[in-house]
Design a protein around this ligand. Sequence first.
Ligand code: ZN
Length: 233
Amino acid sequence: MGLPDGAPSGLEGSVKEQELASLFQRNREWAKSMTDRDPEFFSRLVRQQTPEYLWIGCSDARVPANDLIGMAPGELFVHRNIANLVHNIDINLMSVLEYAVNVLKTRHIIVCGHYGCGGVRAAMDRQEFGLIDNWLRKIKDIYAANKKALDREPDPERRLNLLCEINVRQQAHNICHTSIVQNAWRAGQELVVHGWIYSIADGLIKDLGIRIDGPQALEPIYVFPGFELDIGF
Ligand SMILES: [Zn+2]
């Protein structure tokens, strides 16, 4: 059986050919449904990309960013990784952030975690998984820093979900600790960082009340020079 148009030719004869063929079929159906509804959709999309929102979420397949908030292609700039972590030495995320802030002039950055996150769960265990242990180590640091509050919660699932929330808060702050975000604020650019969490169980997003639009909410040690802080650091 031949492959559909556009399929990589090297896949011919592979055991998964049928499964992959169905993906191309679904893609054609999706593209048709979009142009049926709006014939100009793709030609318009080619000409511009001006999303107002940057989404930083988990790679978990159950948390598809655009779908959760009903956004069409072109409306959301997306970065996803395991457990929605913001490592300041992650060249991938930092490149996405810089492009979003400096070129796209994105006005809202949303860090969205989710309850029951497998990455957070793995970090709470004393198990060895491999390379990912290095990635998830930051969550262990957050656990250690919040150990008293977390250990007061006796139910393991609720403790996990509490750490998922604390993780979002920390990652939202980590975004704000970057020179990229602070330089934008210093230049007077409107930029707000939000912290949300998604429930796979009911499909709803909860606003964690994290809304950072300037350096005042940050620990002074993380604030670059050039800001006048009330605390006189
Ligand atoms: Zn996750």
